[in-house]
Ligand binder design. Structure first.
Ligand code: ADP
Length: 253
C-alpha cells in the first residue's frame, strides 16, 4: 500500500468567483499528524469538506488513500473518520445511541457493534455516562462524544476540524492526548486549528494557510528556520506574522 494517504493537486474552491481555497497542493504520508494552521476564514474547513466529499471542488483534484473520493466515495468513506467543527450529535439521543447510530452507518452490526460502541465511549472517557442524554453534556463532553461517533469503524485517517474551540482546558488536553494516542496506533491525523500552541504540541508537520493558500509547510523547526535569522526562541506566531504581515491572534474572529 502506498505511503501517501492524501494528495491534493491544485485544489480550488470558488464562491461567487472568489477562490476561498486557491490551488492547494499538499501531500500527507501515513503516520503523520499533519496540522493545517490558519486564521478564521483561511479556507481550512472548505478544504476538509472537499477532502471528505461534502463540498465539490471547482477545480483541481484529490487522491485519498489512492482513490478519487468523488468517483470512488464508497471505497474511501469507511476508511476515514471526520470530526466536523459543528457538532454532529443528537441531543435527544443517549450517548451510546449516538455512537451506535454513526457506527452502524459503516455496516457494523450485532455483537461487534455493541463492543465497538463501548470501546469508543471508553476511549473518550464517557463510558460511565453512556446512558445520559447528549443534550445534558457540557461543551467538552459533547466534543468528546462527537469524536466517539467518528472512530468506531477504525478509520485509517482521522480528520479533526478545530475540535477544541470553546471548551474547557481539561477537555482540550484530553482531546490532544487522545489524538497523539490514536496516532501511535498507526492512524494518520489531519488537525486543523487556529491555535498555534496546539498545532505545535501535537503535529509532526504543519502547513500555514492564509487566504486559501498554503504559505509554508514543514516541521515546526523548519518553519521557524524559514524566518529566524539564527534566533533560537522564535514562535509560530512570529513565523505567521513574518510570512503574512498579519498577527494570527488578531485574525481570530
Ligand atoms: P476556516 O475553516 O479556515 O475558518 P472556511 O473554509 O470556513 O475557513 O471559509 C473560508 C472562506 O470561505 C470564508 O471567507 C467563508 O466565508 C467562505 N465560505 C465558506 N463556505 C461558503 C459558502 N457556502 N458560500 C460562500 N462562502 C463560503
Amino acid at each position: 500500500m502506498s505511503d501517501i494517504i492524501l494528495k491534493t493537486m491544485d485544489l480550488t474552491k470558488k464562491y461567487q468567483n472568489k477562490a476561498v481555497v486557491d490551488g492547494l497542493n499538499i501531500e500527507i504520508k501515513r503516520g503523520e499528524i499533519f496540522g493545517l494552521l490558519g486564521p478564521n476564514g483561511a479556507g481550512k474547513s472548505t478544504t476538509m469538506n472537499m477532502i471528505c466529499s461534502i463540498v465539490k471542488p471547482t477545480a483541481g483534484s484529490i487522491e485519498l488513500l489512492g482513490k478519487n473520493p468523488w468517483k470512488q466515495k464508497r471505497e474511501v468513506i469507511h476508511r476515514i473518520g471526520y470530526i466536523p467543527q459543528d457538532l454532529a450529535i443528537h441531543g435527544k439521543l443517549k450517548a451510546w445511541e449516538n455512537v451506535e447510530l454513526f457506527t452502524s452507518l459503516y455496516g457494523i452490526k450485532g455483537e461487534e457493534l455493541k463492543r465497538t460502541v463501548e470501546e469508543s465511549l471508553e476511549y473518550v472517557g464517557l463510558l460511565e455516562k453512556k446512558n445520559e442524554f447528549a443534550k445534558n453534556f457540557s461543551g467538552g463532553m459533547k466534543r468528546r462524544l462527537n469524536i466517539a461517533c467518528a472512530i468506531g469503524h477504525q478509520p485509517d485517517l482521522l480528520i479533526f476540524d478545530e475540535p477544541t474551540v470553546g471548551i474547557d482546558p481539561q477537555s482540550r488536553n484530553f482531546i490532544l492526548e487522545k489524538i497523539k494516542e490514536s496516532n501511535k496506533k498507526d492512524t494518520t491525523v489531519i488537525y486543523t486549528s487556529h491555535y498555534m500552541e496546539e498545532v505545535e504540541a501535537i503535529c509532526t508537520r504543519i502547513a500555514i494557510m492564509d487566504n486559501g493558500k498554503i504559505i509554508a509547510c514543514g516541521t515546526s523547526k523548519e518553519l521557524k528556520e524559514l524566518v529566524s535569522n539564527g534566533e533560537e526562541d522564535i514562535t509560530l506566531e512570529e513565523v505567521f506574522l513574518t510570512l503574512t504581515g498579519k498577527s494570527l491572534r488578531d485574525s481570530i474572529g
